[in-house]
Design a protein around this ligand. Structure first.
Ligand code: SAM
Length: 188
Protein backbone atom coordinates (compact mmCIF):
# COMPACT_ATOMS: atom_id res chain seq x y z
CA UNK A 1 0.00 0.00 0.00
CA UNK A 2 1.29 3.52 -0.73
CA UNK A 3 1.73 5.78 2.31
CA UNK A 4 -0.92 8.54 2.61
CA UNK A 5 1.62 11.13 1.41
CA UNK A 6 2.59 9.04 -1.61
CA UNK A 7 -1.05 8.38 -2.44
CA UNK A 8 -1.83 12.10 -2.23
CA UNK A 9 1.17 13.02 -4.39
CA UNK A 10 0.11 10.42 -6.99
CA UNK A 11 -3.50 11.68 -7.00
CA UNK A 12 -2.30 15.30 -7.40
CA UNK A 13 -0.22 14.28 -10.43
CA UNK A 14 -3.29 12.55 -11.88
CA UNK A 15 -5.39 15.70 -11.39
CA UNK A 16 -2.66 17.82 -13.03
CA UNK A 17 -2.05 15.42 -15.98
CA UNK A 18 -5.00 13.00 -16.19
CA UNK A 19 -4.30 11.71 -19.70
CA UNK A 20 -0.64 11.02 -18.97
CA UNK A 21 -1.05 9.42 -15.56
CA UNK A 22 -4.22 7.52 -16.50
CA UNK A 23 -5.15 6.33 -12.99
CA UNK A 24 -6.05 8.04 -9.70
CA UNK A 25 -4.21 5.51 -7.53
CA UNK A 26 -1.10 3.34 -8.04
CA UNK A 27 -1.35 -0.32 -9.11
CA UNK A 28 -2.34 -2.90 -6.51
CA UNK A 29 0.06 -5.49 -5.09
CA UNK A 30 -1.92 -8.19 -6.91
CA UNK A 31 -1.63 -6.47 -10.28
CA UNK A 32 2.11 -5.96 -9.81
CA UNK A 33 2.54 -9.65 -8.88
CA UNK A 34 0.57 -10.75 -11.92
CA UNK A 35 2.75 -8.63 -14.20
CA UNK A 36 6.07 -9.77 -12.73
CA UNK A 37 5.22 -13.33 -11.66
CA UNK A 38 5.87 -15.12 -14.96
CA UNK A 39 9.41 -13.81 -15.55
CA UNK A 40 12.55 -15.82 -14.72
CA UNK A 41 14.31 -12.95 -12.97
CA UNK A 42 17.55 -14.89 -12.42
CA UNK A 43 18.11 -14.71 -16.20
CA UNK A 44 17.43 -10.97 -16.53
CA UNK A 45 20.49 -8.75 -16.94
CA UNK A 46 18.74 -5.62 -18.21
CA UNK A 47 15.10 -4.65 -17.68
CA UNK A 48 13.36 -1.47 -18.76
CA UNK A 49 10.33 0.05 -17.08
CA UNK A 50 7.90 2.53 -18.66
CA UNK A 51 5.92 4.92 -16.46
CA UNK A 52 7.19 4.10 -12.96
CA UNK A 53 5.16 6.90 -11.30
CA UNK A 54 5.84 6.70 -7.54
CA UNK A 55 7.64 3.35 -7.95
CA UNK A 56 5.25 0.60 -6.88
CA UNK A 57 6.36 -1.58 -9.82
CA UNK A 58 9.97 -0.33 -9.64
CA UNK A 59 10.40 -1.51 -6.04
CA UNK A 60 8.90 -4.91 -6.85
CA UNK A 61 11.21 -5.22 -9.85
CA UNK A 62 14.32 -4.39 -7.81
CA UNK A 63 13.26 -6.91 -5.16
CA UNK A 64 13.20 -9.65 -7.82
CA UNK A 65 16.23 -8.65 -9.91
CA UNK A 66 19.79 -9.94 -9.49
CA UNK A 67 22.36 -7.85 -7.59
CA UNK A 68 24.29 -7.32 -10.86
CA UNK A 69 21.23 -6.54 -13.01
CA UNK A 70 20.28 -3.13 -14.40
CA UNK A 71 16.88 -1.39 -14.44
CA UNK A 72 16.37 1.59 -16.76
CA UNK A 73 13.13 3.44 -16.01
CA UNK A 74 11.57 5.97 -18.42
CA UNK A 75 9.30 8.52 -16.73
CA UNK A 76 7.87 11.42 -18.73
CA UNK A 77 6.62 13.40 -15.72
CA UNK A 78 9.63 15.24 -14.16
CA UNK A 79 7.87 15.37 -10.75
CA UNK A 80 7.62 11.57 -10.68
CA UNK A 81 11.18 11.19 -12.02
CA UNK A 82 12.70 13.33 -9.28
CA UNK A 83 10.48 11.69 -6.62
CA UNK A 84 11.86 8.30 -7.69
CA UNK A 85 15.46 9.46 -7.72
CA UNK A 86 14.95 10.82 -4.16
CA UNK A 87 13.05 7.87 -2.73
CA UNK A 88 14.80 4.81 -4.21
CA UNK A 89 18.48 4.49 -3.44
CA UNK A 90 19.64 1.53 -5.52
CA UNK A 91 22.70 1.53 -7.80
CA UNK A 92 20.94 -0.86 -10.21
CA UNK A 93 18.31 1.79 -11.04
CA UNK A 94 18.70 4.53 -13.65
CA UNK A 95 15.71 6.88 -13.95
CA UNK A 96 15.55 8.73 -17.26
CA UNK A 97 13.15 11.71 -17.24
CA UNK A 98 11.89 11.19 -20.77
CA UNK A 99 9.35 9.36 -22.89
CA UNK A 100 9.54 5.61 -23.43
CA UNK A 101 9.75 6.50 -27.14
CA UNK A 102 13.53 6.79 -26.56
CA UNK A 103 14.01 3.29 -25.21
CA UNK A 104 15.95 1.85 -28.16
CA UNK A 105 18.64 4.57 -28.00
CA UNK A 106 19.26 4.13 -24.29
CA UNK A 107 19.19 0.36 -24.22
CA UNK A 108 21.83 0.33 -26.95
CA UNK A 109 24.00 2.69 -24.92
CA UNK A 110 23.48 1.01 -21.56
CA UNK A 111 23.31 -2.66 -22.39
CA UNK A 112 24.86 -3.14 -25.77
CA UNK A 113 22.76 -6.12 -26.69
CA UNK A 114 19.13 -5.24 -26.00
CA UNK A 115 17.02 -5.81 -22.92
CA UNK A 116 15.59 -9.02 -21.45
CA UNK A 117 12.20 -7.65 -20.44
CA UNK A 118 10.16 -4.43 -20.71
CA UNK A 119 7.53 -3.68 -18.05
CA UNK A 120 4.93 -1.04 -18.89
CA UNK A 121 2.39 0.86 -16.80
CA UNK A 122 1.74 3.31 -19.64
CA UNK A 123 -1.83 4.48 -20.32
CA UNK A 124 -1.47 3.36 -23.96
CA UNK A 125 -5.15 3.56 -24.88
CA UNK A 126 -5.48 7.28 -24.03
CA UNK A 127 -2.17 8.54 -25.43
CA UNK A 128 -1.86 9.93 -28.98
CA UNK A 129 -1.84 7.10 -31.53
CA UNK A 130 1.47 8.29 -33.07
CA UNK A 131 3.24 8.24 -29.67
CA UNK A 132 1.86 4.77 -28.93
CA UNK A 133 3.12 3.53 -32.31
CA UNK A 134 6.60 4.96 -31.72
CA UNK A 135 6.81 3.36 -28.24
CA UNK A 136 5.73 -0.07 -29.53
CA UNK A 137 8.18 0.07 -32.46
CA UNK A 138 11.06 1.28 -30.26
CA UNK A 139 10.33 -1.41 -27.65
CA UNK A 140 10.22 -4.17 -30.26
CA UNK A 141 13.64 -2.91 -31.42
CA UNK A 142 15.09 -2.71 -27.89
CA UNK A 143 14.11 -6.21 -26.71
CA UNK A 144 16.32 -9.25 -27.30
CA UNK A 145 14.69 -11.80 -29.67
CA UNK A 146 11.74 -13.48 -27.91
CA UNK A 147 11.98 -11.21 -24.83
CA UNK A 148 8.62 -9.95 -23.52
CA UNK A 149 6.88 -6.60 -23.16
CA UNK A 150 4.52 -7.00 -20.19
CA UNK A 151 1.98 -4.35 -19.26
CA UNK A 152 -1.55 -3.64 -18.15
CA UNK A 153 -4.52 -1.86 -19.63
CA UNK A 154 -8.08 -1.27 -18.49
CA UNK A 155 -9.62 -2.33 -21.82
CA UNK A 156 -8.83 -4.28 -25.00
CA UNK A 157 -8.65 -1.04 -27.02
CA UNK A 158 -4.99 -1.35 -28.07
CA UNK A 159 -4.79 -5.13 -28.52
CA UNK A 160 -5.01 -4.92 -32.32
CA UNK A 161 -2.05 -2.52 -32.46
CA UNK A 162 -0.07 -4.74 -30.06
CA UNK A 163 -0.72 -7.70 -32.35
CA UNK A 164 0.60 -5.69 -35.31
CA UNK A 165 3.85 -4.83 -33.51
CA UNK A 166 4.40 -8.25 -31.85
CA UNK A 167 3.91 -11.79 -33.19
CA UNK A 168 2.49 -13.31 -29.97
CA UNK A 169 0.21 -11.55 -27.49
CA UNK A 170 -1.36 -13.23 -24.44
CA UNK A 171 -3.85 -11.50 -22.10
CA UNK A 172 -4.91 -12.30 -18.52
CA UNK A 173 -7.43 -10.56 -16.26
CA UNK A 174 -6.62 -9.20 -12.78
CA UNK A 175 -9.80 -8.18 -10.88
CA UNK A 176 -7.96 -7.16 -7.67
CA UNK A 177 -7.07 -3.68 -8.84
CA UNK A 178 -8.95 -0.41 -9.21
CA UNK A 179 -9.95 -0.37 -11.96
CA UNK A 180 -9.69 -4.13 -12.77
CA UNK A 181 -7.00 -4.62 -15.41
CA UNK A 182 -5.92 -6.82 -18.30
CA UNK A 183 -2.27 -7.89 -18.18
CA UNK A 184 -0.72 -8.47 -21.59
CA UNK A 185 2.51 -10.25 -22.52
CA UNK A 186 3.77 -9.52 -26.04
CA UNK A 187 6.74 -11.16 -27.78
CA UNK A 188 8.28 -10.63 -31.19
C1 SAM B 1 -0.88 4.66 -14.48
S1 SAM B 1 0.63 5.52 -14.08
C2 SAM B 1 1.55 4.12 -13.52
C3 SAM B 1 2.33 4.38 -12.26
C4 SAM B 1 2.87 3.11 -11.58
N1 SAM B 1 3.81 2.40 -12.40
C5 SAM B 1 1.75 2.20 -11.19
O1 SAM B 1 1.61 1.14 -11.82
O2 SAM B 1 1.01 2.53 -10.27
C6 SAM B 1 1.31 5.85 -15.70
C7 SAM B 1 2.69 6.49 -15.69
O3 SAM B 1 3.16 6.60 -17.04
C8 SAM B 1 3.85 7.86 -17.19
N2 SAM B 1 3.90 8.14 -18.64
C9 SAM B 1 2.87 8.50 -19.45
N3 SAM B 1 3.29 8.60 -20.72
C10 SAM B 1 4.63 8.26 -20.71
C11 SAM B 1 5.62 8.14 -21.73
N4 SAM B 1 5.34 8.40 -23.01
N5 SAM B 1 6.86 7.74 -21.36
C12 SAM B 1 7.17 7.49 -20.05
N6 SAM B 1 6.28 7.61 -19.06
C13 SAM B 1 5.01 7.98 -19.37
C14 SAM B 1 3.02 8.79 -16.32
O4 SAM B 1 3.73 9.97 -16.00
C15 SAM B 1 2.76 7.89 -15.11
O5 SAM B 1 3.83 7.93 -14.21
Amino acid sequence: MPTPNTALFFARQFLAHPRRVGSLIPSSRQLVSRMLGGVEWARVETAVEFGPGTGVVTRALLARMRPDARLIAFELNPEFASYLARSIDDPRLLVLPMSAEHVADHVDIQAGGGCDVAISSLPFSIMPRAVRGRILAATAGALKPGAPLIGYQYSHAMLAELRTAFAHVAVRFEPRNWPPAFVFTARG
